[in-house]
Design a binder for this molecule. Structure first.
Ligand code: DON
Length: 342
């Protein structure tokens, strides 16, 4: 042990092994692993190869403790979860006013792939539906397509602390079947909402959806936002602190597709899901949660992931608007807890 950082990380790993929160996570993992409802996405042929039994839960605290259970190293494509973070990069590239002139922040109540624009302004409704995400990808700066992609990948590395690859078969699968996304892009071009680099931007969008992550990365993405934009382990800043609230806000209002209202009501934790089976959920200043389980509900959200987030929210009072004393005190459970509680 050569320095304070090493000692802190040793203390964190010991806490992650001994704290009662770990047992709690094991319990909810066991509780939901046998849940066999939901359907693995197959509208992109490569996604249909996922196994329904894959299941991982990871939680990261702003002080860098990492709790994992199940398939937390299994790689899968990030899909729509990328949209929240690419939105953050677009804000850094252009500022709030300009980005807002191209993409609104209004929930739609419509499916993620609906072909609908705001009638008054012709803007896509928000950065979390496909139209808004394509318009957002269009805003990512770079001399050419390679540089734009590199900037995105570098951003994800700042959040997760590791390099990310693209699943090329998924990218090609999306590119060769994504007619609906193409239609949206051309509709937005018609209204001057996107530049005429349509093919390049669509490729960038399909590539961002095909980035490979695991449940731990999703927890780290969320924990970085929960920690004001600084990765809790590497201490690197991933996003300008001024834009953290914008990203978390759109996650809260639009992150769970057309189930966002119900999610806000029942779970109350800003989150973003993807059709690959991931959910990343941000409890500001407290936790980053990452779950992975491919079977989805009818709205496209991971069923086991929903259950896990519901339990965490209820058991530890994590709903943003909760004012009642929670059943369990998160701090106690993370740090050693009361032995009578478990
Ligand atoms: O545009 C698509 O179809 C996908 N790549 C978006 C994936 C996703 O997770 C959207 N939400 N369900």
């Amino acid at each position: 042990m050569s320095n304070l950082g090493d000692l802190q990380s040793l203390a964190s790993s010991i806490a992650a092994v001994t704290s009662p929160f770990r047992n709690y996570l094991n319990d909810i993992y066991e509780k939901y692993r046998s849940l066999n409802d939901g359907v693995v996405a197959d509208y992109i042929p490569e996604l249909a190869l996922a196994k329904p039994e894959w299941f991982g839960i990871c939680v990261v605290t702003p002080d860098g403790q990492i709790f994992e259970v199940g398939d937390c190293d299994k790689l899968f494509t990030i899909q729509s979860i990328s949209k929240a973070f690419v939105y953050g990069l677009a804000l850094e590239d252009h500022g709030r006013e300009y980005v807002n002139s191209k993409v609104s922040v209004e929930p739609t109540g419509e499916a993620f792939n609906s072909i609908v624009l705001d009638e008054a302004t012709n803007r896509p409704y928000n950065p979390m539906v496909n139209a808004g995400a394509i318009a957002t990808a269009d805003l990512i700066k770079g001399q050419n397509s390679t540089e734009r992609l590199k900037r995105m990948l570098a951003m994800f590395k700042r959040y997760t602390g590791r390099e990310h690859d693209i699943n090329v078969p998924v990218f090609l699968s999306e590119k060769s079947t994504g007619y609906r996304n193409k239609a949206m892009a051309y509709l937005m071009l018609n209204f001057g909402m996107v530049s005429n680099k349509i093919d390049e931007t669509l490729d960038l969008y399909f590539q961002q959806c095909s980035i490979l992550v695991n449940a731990k990365d999703l927890a780290m993405l969320a924990a970085t936002l929960a920690n004001g934009g600084i990765n809790p382990v590497t201490k690197e800043r991933a996003i300008d602190e001024h834009y953290v609230q914008d990203v978390i806000s759109v996650m809260f209002t639009c992150g769970m597709y057309d189930a966002s209202g119900e999610w806000a009501y029942r779970v109350g934790i800003p989150a973003k899901s993807g059709v690959g089976g991931g959910i990343t959920a941000v409890v500001p200043s407290q936790l980053g949660i990452g779950t992975f389980s491919p079977p989805l509900d009818t709205k496209g959200n991971s069923l086991r992931g929903i259950k896990v987030c519901e339990d965490l929210s209820k058991d530890f009072g994590l709903h943003l608007f909760n004012v009642a004393k929670p059943e369990r005190d998160l701090k106690e459970w993370l740090e050693g807890g009361n032995i009578n509680d478990w």
